[in-house]
Design a protein around this ligand. Structure first.
Ligand code: GLC
Length: 560
């Protein structure tokens, strides 16, 4: 009991809690179904908090659970301050927040500022007339012209990311087009309008008052648009018919306009308001780098927002090839740039999410296990997407069961959204309904949480040991990162150092086993964890070490 109180106090005192945090992303539809309707829900999450605590999770991020017609499975919000009945009630989210906090788990909720649902009251009114309170809350434009058949022509060539077709939809009542960067049922809000900004900030306060610890902020690049709405230039690299038509233009005017930083800063300011100062509230913004200079792009976000309360996602775990050299270069450049800019900057690494093919499918098992070691020994926030901790693979979805609106453009995200595999029971123990909203993966009888928690060689046990190590080591949570010279092209090595303690991570990116000799200045130290569950490294003479194909290993050293 006393120890628990001491632990809780320590947790509260840790003001910069994002630094070193393990964050678990929950896609509520697919996590756990408590009411047998085939769809996961909030009480289902509350019921499984112990599982997350045992895994070593300190923070959860909940993908949207708000009122929604589910055109984009919750990323189309019809009421920012209510819960969709599919997921439960406001009382259910209160219970979840309280229960998570009592276990020392923080909660980030998803915030979708760029667009609402077309069924939001704001849009229902906005689309009716050019007058009235909400008339300027969305992006309305007159047609550029009328074509020969008398049809209005969209104001510019901007495209919707899901279909690769025009992002403009004609509204007969207003005789104008509205813009939708995503689905036609997700009209873009007009961030240039201060009333819109206030409305989103009011929604933020609603959730902060409920006690959430912050937000994951959706699709922020799209909030900044060229005020002149110029045509995007053609993409000279695009070959018609190859990939989505969305790639036929470069989206330089429709997104990423610098006005977005001002908007994000206004949002970040809410987190610093008086009522929220007792414990740090934090937001992580979603924006995929667009250029070959991701470090500069990430830095623009750190500089554009206040790093004390905000950080951009770092998506190199999705973007970089699984090779030592690009990682070596990125880590050295990125962490030097962050340290130079401000000690407050928090890196924020995600190797998977509900929009990306599964990590274990992308890399294969041995490298995906190494990726777990990499993720959990890097600085900042480490995001684990639900299912990653058991090495879940992409599901195979028969065409008749496809749900994702993005599938229209040829890039369905359903495979990475299949229900979490809890056990070998019917529907992987996810639901007692006859069917789940997406089919469970066919491998659930051999790959599931129940089996993996008992198997010391499993993915689960690897994630759990890594989490335990990270949570108990100040050097891994807060330490500086320095890339070392391993003398081998395929082996990445870096130290995480705090005071007299260091951890050394070595990762062999190649498919063959390698032997390396580290410089005498580096002490390999005591072996702690290997991505290969059967391997234990013994002390080797002369700083030599042998790594298995795709093996990642962590060591610990004390300096004098
Ligand atoms: C983000 C979400 C994605 C959603 C889109 C539109 O990228 O992660 O799932 O479809 O924004 O809200």
């Amino acid at each position: 009991m006393l120890m628990n109180i001491a632990k809780t106090l320590k947790f509260r005192r840790d003001k910069r809690w994002p630094q070193g945090a393990i964050v678990y992303q929950i896609y509520p539809r697919s996590f756990f179904d408590s009411n047998a309707d085939g769809i996961g829900d909030l009480p289902g999450i509350t019921a499984k908090l112990k599982y997350l605590k045992d895994l070593g999770v300190g923070v959860i991020w909940l993908s949207p659970f708000y009122t929604s017609p589910m055109a984009d499975f919750g990323y189309d919000i019809a009421d920012y301050c209510d819960v969709d009945p599919i997921f439960g009630t406001l009382q259910d989210i209160d219970k979840l927040i309280k229960s998570a906090h009592s276990k020392g788990i923080k909660i980030l909720v998803d915030l979708v500022p760029n667009h609402s649902s077309d069924e939001h009251e704001w849009f229902r009114q906005s689309r009716q007339t050019r007058e009235g309170k909400y008339s300027d809350w969305y992006i309305w434009k007159d047609p550029k012209a009328t074509d020969k058949s008398g049809k209005p022509v969209p104001p510019n060539n901007w495209l919707d990311i899901f279909t690769g077709e025009t992002a403009w939809e004609w509204e007969p009542a207003r005789q104008q087009f509205y813009l939708h960067s995503f689905d036609v049922k997700q009209p873009d809000l007009n961030w240039a309008n201060p009333e819109v900004r206030e409305a989103i900030k009011t929604a933020m306060r609603f959730w902060l008052d409920k006690g959430v610890d912050g937000f994951r902020v959706d699709a922020v690049r799209f909030m900044g648009k060229d005020p002149d709405f110029k045509d995007n230039p053609k993409n000279p690299l695009y070959k018609p018919g190859e990939g989505s038509n969305y790639n036929s233009i470069k989206h330089i005017y429709s997104q990423g306009w610098p006005s977005l930083y001002g908007y994000l800063n206004e949002m970040a300011d809410v987190l610093k308001e008086k009522p929220y100062q007792k414990s740090l509230r934090f937001m992580v913004t979603e924006s995929y780098p667009e250029t070959s200079e991701p470090v500069n792009e990430y830095l623009e976000f750190y500089k554009g927002m206040d790093p004390k309360v905000a950080a951009p996602f770092n998506f190199e775990g999705l973007g970089l090839p699984w090779q030592a050299e690009p990682w070596r270069q990125f880590l050295a450049k990125f962490h030097t740039a962050l340290d130079d800019y401000s000690p407050l900057c928090v890196a924020s690494y995600a190797f998977g999410n509900h929009d990306q093919h599964r990590l274990a499918t992308r890399l294969g098992d041995p490298a995906a296990r190494s990726a777990a070691v990499l993720l959990l020994t890097l600085p900042g926030m480490a995001f684990i997407y639900n299912g990653e901790e058991i090495g879940m693979k992409n599901g195979k979805i028969p065409p008749s069961l496809i749900k994702d609106p993005a599938a229209k453009g040829g890039a369905s995200r359903d495979p990475e959204r299949t229900p979490l595999q809890w056990s070998s029971a019917k529907n992987a123990g996810f639901t007692t309904a006859d069917t789940s909203w997406l089919p469970v993966n066919s491998d659930y009888q051999t790959d599931n949480i129940q089996l993996q928690t008992k198997d010391r060689y499993s993915y689960y046990r690897l994630y759990q040991s890594l989490a335990k190590l990270r949570n108990s080591s100040k050097a891994l949570r807060k330490g500086q990162l320095s890339v070392i010279n391993t003398g081998h092209q395929s082996v990445l090595g870096y130290l995480r150092t705090q005071g007299r303690q260091s951890h050394l991570t070595l990762i062999n990116f190649s498919e063959v086993s390698v032997e390396i000799k580290l410089p005498d200045s580096i002490k390999i130290g005591r072996f702690q964890i290997s991505s290969d569950a059967e391997t234990k490294h013994k002390k080797t003479p002369n700083n030599h070490i042998q790594l298995l194909p795709y093996e990642a290993a962590v060591f610990k050293t004390k300096h004098k």
